[in-house]
Design a protein around this ligand. Structure first.
Ligand code: 5GP
Length: 189
């Protein structure tokens, strides 16, 4: 998606050769209009898949997942990282390694919101090593639902997540794939 690559070029900050910061439109402030464009692009790419639900992880996955779900006309379910006292006790749980924090955490989805009849699109902000997406994919599998694919706003092609997911036969659609990052330049695939 050329508009996204251009936005990353203009506003992205290379924190290190492996971490990209896009706080101005995705991870802190959200460019709502641009997020609609992202949602439309995901919806277009998966338009023939009869998706019934979009699944993501709080917090940064919610914005692109919500706009894609709005265009597809389906609900979005976000996995929770903390267990609120209000959360249902019947939940699917998976452990995920955090790329940005270097720790592991549990993700939880209430059994009420995923069913075996569902056709699920997983959406996240970044695809790095694939831990978050694989955790979600395992939850989808446990529920008996069908995983249709994974959509990442930004894939870092030099990390192994994309290869790992595609190697498992999962369709992965990334709107921008970063090949490498240098201090003053971001090179796309
Ligand atoms: P993975 O689970 O694929 O290793 O990492 C994906 C998750 O880590 C995403 O949900 C995202 O929040 C975070 N992440 C991974 N790499 C980056 C990055 O370069 N920048 C930002 N802002 N988040 C990242």
């Amino acid at each position: 998606m050329e508009a996204l690559r251009e936005k990353i070029r203009q506003e992205g900050e290379v924190v290190s050769s492996s971490i990209l910061k896009v706080d101005s439109f995705l991870n802190h402030q959200i460019d709502a209009g641009f997020m609609m464009e992202i949602g439309r692009e995901f919806a277009h790419r998966f338009q023939d898949e009869k998706i019934t639900k979009v699944v993501t992880i709080e917090a940064s996955g919610i914005a692109p997942a919500l706009t894609a779900a709005a265009v597809l006309g389906v609900p979005v379910v976000f996995a929770k990282k903390t267990k609120a006292t209000t959360m249902d006790t019947e939940v699917y749980v998976e452990q995920v390694e955090s790329f940005t924090r270097g720790t592991t955490y549990d993700i939880k989805v209430s059994k009420k919101f995923l069913h075996k009849e569902d056709r699920v699109l997983i959406i996240d902000d970044f695809l790095a090593y694939g831990h978050a997406a694989l955790g979600l994919a395992k939850i989808v599998k446990k529920s008996g639902a069908q995983l249709v694919g994974v959509g990442a706003v930004i894939e870092k092609g030099f990390q192994s997540g994309g290869e790992l997911l595609r190697g498992q036969g999962i369709r992965v659609e990334s709107l921008a794939i970063v090949e490498r990052m240098e201090e003053k330049e971001i090179i796309f695939k």
